[in-house]
Design a protein around this ligand. Sequence first.
Ligand SMILES: [Zn+2]
Length: 360
Amino acid sequence: MKPSHQASANELEKQLHYPLGDALPAPGASLTVAAGVKWLRMGLPFALNHINLWLLRDEIEGRPGWSVVDCCISSDKSKAQWEQVFANELEGLPILRVIVTHMHPDHIGLAHWLCQRWQVQLWISATDFLLARIGTQGPTAFGGDTAAAFFAAHGLNDPESVEKIRGRENYFFSLVPALPRQYRRLQDGDVLTIGARQWRCISGYGHAPEHISLYCEELRLLIGGDMMLPRISTNVSVYDQEPESNPLKQFLDSIDKFRLLDAQTLTLPAHGKPFTGLYERIEQLHQHHRERLAEVMAACTARPCSAAELIPVLFKRQLDLHQTTFAMGESIAHLHALWFAGQLQRTLDAAGVYRFAGRR
Ligand SMILES: [Zn+2]
């Protein structure tokens, strides 16, 4: 992702192990990663071009079937891939429940379709359910003027970008057009009996409002969702809905909870390949953000900087507008971590842009 860090990224990846090698499930087919745990991989029309979903052999009230973890975006292509899965991978059994790790479109998009088709419930954290429900109220529920003003206050204020950001307000709704009206709540520490196994819910913050990962001690398996990815670092952004949040601290505190899991745990990530080396990955992510924070600190100590001015410091490649909005969120997240820690001071300049300064 970042050419100047490429060499070290490759070095870091060697510390992780991929027990399944380069094997990937074919579209509409699965790979078994453990007894009763099937890996599905569906295509996405983004730079991040795939998502991993999981089928867990289940039995609810004496009825055998499958639990699904995560859903893919709402599109005809993803529905077609699910149809293949229904035909070839369910062993003649039904889907019994839909579990969603968090509210992002690639995870929750087809939840309404899956729940309706199989007449089953959606299991998700309350915070993510409620925010996603707001997002499905219509194409203007998120973003628009609020997002444009938020990014402008952080320095992305050229008229063309402002106009384009304003125009992106239907992004969530286009990928998540509906959601069930009811849900089953998942909370940190809840234990779900899925078939013969127990899976514990582990909440995570900083990426989504209340992300839920699932850990099966017996199988030493962690369904990490987006909280524990092997190659790319999880997007950690400040959003316009909560403009003074501190998500980077929340994220780093959250991944430390995984240090309590078995060292041999096989992590099943939402993007990339299943891997072992959980403790190494936690440390790599801390190191990655320590380095980014040091770069931000150095830039802001040389002169007061806005989040937009820091993008070339943090991202050494050309970004399109969609990537720029993600990069802005990340840039603000790093500034806020230092600001909340008292290392940076924030002022509003004459142009109405927030600038962050280190003490000289
Ligand atoms: Zn996500």
